[in-house]
Ligand binder design. Sequence first.
Ligand SMILES: Cc1cc2nc3c(=O)[nH]c(=O)nc-3n(C[C@H](O)[C@H](O)[C@H](O)COP(=O)(O)OP(=O)(O)OC[C@H]3O[C@@H](n4cnc5c(N)ncnc54)[C@H](O)[C@@H]3O)c2cc1C
Length: 398
Amino acid sequence: MSESVAIVGAGVAGAAAAVRLAERGIEVDVYEAVPEPRPIGAGLLLQPTGQRVLAAMGLLDGALALGTRVDRLFGDTPKGRAVLDMSYRRFHPEAYGLGIQRGALMGLLWGRLRDLGVRWHCGAAVEDFQQDDRGVTLIRAGGGTARHAALVLANGSFSKLRQSMHVRQHARLFPWGAVWTVLPAPEGFPQIELRQRFRSASQMLGLMPVGQATRADNQRGINLFWSLPVAELTGWSTRLGLDRLKHQMSGLFPEVAPLIAGLTDPAQLREARYADVWMQRWHDRRVLAIGDCAHGMSPQLGQGANMALIDAHELAAEARGAWPQVFERYTRRRRAHLRFYGQASKGLTPMFQSHAVLAPWLRDRFFGWGGRLPYIHQQSIATLAGYKTGWLWGQLKL
Ligand SMILES: Cc1cc2nc3c(=O)[nH]c(=O)nc-3n(C[C@H](O)[C@H](O)[C@H](O)COP(=O)(O)OP(=O)(O)OC[C@H]3O[C@@H](n4cnc5c(N)ncnc54)[C@H](O)[C@@H]3O)c2cc1C
């Protein structure tokens, strides 16, 4: 029997877990469905937590060279009422967010995987698995099998493999999604803050500087995010059309006009759907779920990729002895942090993406005002920075 651990999915969670485990001398096989992984995906805000994990992998300098420092998050209404105003400096004088293109981050992780000599099977979708007391058998699309000592599922929110774990769980498609793209930053466009504009909770535009895709590319980008109900997402370009969409964007936030001048083809906009994933625990004997597969959430709090990096780091920290015990200890170690962010995401997202009236009204009246109180500001920024493990107290130690 192969003693190696199988990781299914080479996104942020799977690639980072493979790196951290391989660094500890553990043999790893990565199975990725896509025949040729390409550097695509939304711009990500890497929090101080995610940055710490990248530093531990020796990848932070590379990420800083490609990404852009984000010092502040600011959101307001068309009437100019500030809803969110958070500066990382208030969390720690040296703290900042790092806006980076997902492709740039993946390039760094995949490069490290190659350097470590991790076996990587592309175009290798895994359809099912069976486990017994001594290992796990993967069943590949097309019928081949592979035997491993343990299995880490990192194949995203919509994983079907997760359902073969004997763990209480549910995954609910969030009723709102988004279209997004990365556009070249026009001359003089602000590049140090994450900017959001809301009308109630039914319209939201987000802009975030995300740096460049590769070292060779000297064009710095801005990630543009436009919230849409899932029911309107499919076929939006024929129903709504690009011109009307751009009109809605500049109606909400006129300053976006020079940026969206570069948006000329509906194909530039990618659709994003997300699911709330809940699991009673993340392990089932020799199988563990990590990343979005284990705890997918809406991107409103900007935590998904950070959580994936932390999962990988904490798994490697527990990786000694028999796998069922490693996975059990991992679940205990991650519980408070993941539960807090799952609850915070569920509570906050309808205030920013929904047809609700009362929740955004309260948000507009009280968030800006509350945020000026030092305690509330401190708690909000600690939440954004990714460190909280409970509503009243508790801080993640990485
Ligand atoms: C619009 C948007 C904005 C976001 N913004 C932020 C942000 O600012 N900050 C942040 O931290 N997070 C953000 N996120 C969330 C973040 O992108 C995700 O949480 C993170 O990428 C999850 O990584 P993952 O590896 O768990 O899953 P995924 O990235 O979904 O990777 C899963 C991988 O598994 C592979 N796979 C699937 N099924 C199989 C199979 N059967 N066999 C083999 N391989 C398979 C897939 O091809 C894929 O490569 C955002 C998400 C969206 C949609």
